[in-house]
Design a protein around this ligand. Structure first.
Ligand SMILES: [Zn+2]
Length: 661
């Protein structure tokens, strides 16, 4: 999160057609802001010795590789200091740029002429393990278990868990197709230690097979038995002991259904959270917002036999089988509801479909914003013509920032207001400092949003994902803001695991070896600059105010995890009173630890919208023209970085930045 929100208190206004924040509280208070293989003693496991990965880029069969390999094992022990450095550099370089083993070996053989002590085989310099244990499963798939304890050990080596003795573990299981030409897929089990400073998940185990893991007990047996043991005994590493708690499983709907062994999201009793029977409306929909809720006890007793397909090995773990599986907003809201709404507006029923002139206007509005997108976003807005290729982060950007601007005067008012219910509800649940206090209010907004969708878009709109909105705030009540239980960090890890596979055979062995190689080079403490303030690009161009002539001037400042610059897109901040301004210069004065910003205020600052609340109370404004008057504020008076998007030639919508993405 862009971690710099401070307090401000502003009155909110509400309309009768939406739940009233005033009923709860008349004010909103914005405070924002690798692995070595283990060898389980299990007869099911088989050892694959020393697979040959040389064919991955196609080698001639008559080369002399094998001879080189036979006599190189001990060479690193006799290498002189220079060659050790070179060897270490090559390992890091190969891992960083994902250089294939065969390419590294070719390079080593060339360098060997000049550095005779350098090993000839990439497997020697990378310390690639020669044996890999995998377990055969009945459906033709296989599984490899690296272990939770091993992952925690790696985190400790990297200095990630200093000052921590209790670990909350969050898990993710998801399936990934490997090659377009075959049905081969992998299902990694990932673990995120919520206390880790990098918040980067590690791999606990991976299934690989021609279909999803149909034999759930076999797939999960190592995982379940290890987790049970760790919760009971903790993790002992050297002189440290960690107690362990299973926090949650964050999965998309199909993976959640598989892990819980319940009806999948197209079924009639598929809602994870309530007991309503779905209705057929061309597809199964869930029209009720207040059906009786499921409980952990009812799940374990399997009282609703329409919901369950059978028992799940996970129910033996100390985690709620209903409450421990929160709904993930990356899949549910971004890829689910937001994309569905956009598809409705572009290609849906005539009653809600935009005419071609409005679609063109929407496209132009989005493209106009490109120069104004802050560097914290990895992607710029793109045409809605590419909608099916939009990533989750793009859909999130649209929901929270660009959508409310791009859709203004494009969507009919009832649809626009309904979209604002979703936008504000999710904004409140994402914000770490608003989430807890306004959880019930956000829940009311989201339920109203779903009820209105039934009227505006028809009952057919209330599919699994849309219905899930009514339960989202309950999960936020248990786990905190939505980023505490989202699939975003896991999604990145899954992509990196998939990239480790370069050929269709010995998939798990390839992954195990690459992970091991990465672990041998990454066991160094990671430095985290998020909390530090630093400057770049000194200049001498001003503007300066009287008395500041001696100050050093900079074009770039990193402040509490966000980057401020003098360029459009990164030049807007909110001051401590919440009002936005534009940064015109960044100054550092000798003897002062608090940098100074030369800023320009706006002629007029207004709420951007008044429904379902006055948007200024969540730091969303409409601003008109910079007023030409320079002012100074100290960096400590910056509330947060803002996103400033053009409304017309002289006015902008300004949003407090919620994410550093
Ligand atoms: Zn439900």
């Amino acid at each position: 999160m862009a971690a710099f929100w401070e307090n401000s208190r502003q009155q909110t206004e509400n309309e009768s057609s939406c739940p009233s924040a005033t009923d709860l509280d008349t004010e909103i208070d914005v405070n924002c802001c690798v692995v070595e293989t283990v060898s389980p003693s299990n007869d099911d496991y088989t050892v694959v010795d020393d697979i040959d990965e040389r064919d991955e880029v196609g080698r001639d069969s008559d080369d002399d590789y094998d001879h080189d390999h036979d006599n190189d094992d001990d060479s690193s022990t006799t290498a002189d200091a220079d060659d050790c450095d070179l060897s270490h550099f090559l390992v890091q370089w190969a891992a960083q740029f994902e250089i294939p083993q065969i390419a590294l070996s070719v390079l080593l053989r060339f360098l060997h002429r000049f550095h005779p002590d350098l090993p000839l085989d990439s497997r020697t310099v990378c310390k690639t393990p020669r044996n890999t244990m995998t377990k055969k499963l009945h459906n033709g798939g296989e599984y490899i278990h690296f272990g939770v304890k091993h992952g925690v050990e790696e985190l400790v080596k990297c200095g990630e868990l200093s000052n921590v003795d209790h670990l909350k573990l969050q898990f993710n299981v998801d399936g990934l197709p490997l090659f377009k030409s075959s049905g081969m897929c992998i299902w990694p089990i990932l673990c995120l230690v919520l206390e880790s400073s990098s918040r980067e998940p590690f791999v606990v185990g991976i299934y690989c097979g021609p279909s999803k893991p149909t034999d759930l007990p076999a797939f999960l047996s190592d995982f379940v038995s290890e987790c049970s043991e760790l919760v009971a005994t903790g993790i002992s590493l050297d002189d440290r002991v960690f107690t362990v708690e299973l926090n949650s499983f964050v999965c998309d709907a199909p993976a959640r259904a598989m892990m819980k062994n319940v009806k999948s999201h197209g079924g009639y009793y598929a809602c994870d959270k309530c007991t309503q029977e779905g209705e057929w409306c061309g597809k199964v929909v869930y029209p009720e917002c207040t059906a009786p809720l499921r409980t952990n006890i009812h799940f374990n007793e399997m009282t609703d036999d329409e919901h369950h397909l059978g028992p799940t090995p996970l129910s033996s773990l100390p985690i709620g089988m209903v409450t421990g599986f929160p709904l993930d907003y990356m899949h549910l809201v971004c890829l689910g509801v937001m994309r569905r709404l956009l598809l409705c507006w572009l290609k849906g029923p005539l009653a809600v479909r935009l005419c071609s002139r409005k679609v063109e206007q929407l496209k132009n509005n989005l493209l106009k914003m490109i120069p104004f997108i802050p560097r914290e976003f990895s992607r710029k807005p793109r045409s809605v013509g590419d909608l099916l290729r939009w990533k989750a982060t793009e859909l999130r950007q649209f929901l929270l920032y660009t959508g409310p601007v791009a859709l203004l005067d494009v969507l009919p008012e009832p649809l626009y207001k309904n979209f604002l219910l979703l936008c504000v509800g999710i904004t409140l649940l994402i914000n770490p400092n608003l989430c807890e206090k306004y959880c019930d209010y956000a829940k009311g907004l989201l339920i109203t949003c779903v009820e209105n969708m039934k009227v505006l878009y028809g009952k057919g709109m209330l599919v699994y994902n849309v219905h899930g909105l009514v339960h989202l705030a309950d999960d936020a009540q248990l786990f905190g803001p939505l980023d505490n239980f989202s699939a975003f960090p896991f999604e990145n890890k899954l992509k990196s695991v998939k990239r480790l596979v370069r050929k269709p055979s010995f998939v798990l062995q390839q992954i195990a070896r690459r992970l091991h190689e990465k672990s041998t080079i990454s066991n160094v403490p990671k430095c985290n600059n998020n909390g530090h303030t630093f400057f770049k690009k000194e200049h001498f161009c001003g503007p300066l105010l009287p008395g500041m002539e001696c100050a050093k001037q900079y074009k770039v400042m990193c402040l509490r995890g966000s980057t401020l610059t003098l360029n459009v897109g990164d030049d807007c901040v909110a001051k401590s009173d919440g009002e936005p301004c534009i940064v015109r210069n960044i100054l550092c004065i000798d003897g002062s630890s608090d940098p100074i910003l030369v800023v320009e205020n706006f002629e007029s600052v207004l709420p951007f919208f008044d429904y379902p609340l006055r948007s200024s109370s969540i730091h969303i404004y409409k601003v008109i023209r910079p007023n030409g008057v320079l002012d100074v504020i100290s960096a400590s008076d910056v509330l947060c970085k803002c996103v400033r998007l053009p409304l017309n030639d002289e006015s902008f919508a300004v949003f407090a930045l919620l994410h550093t993405v």
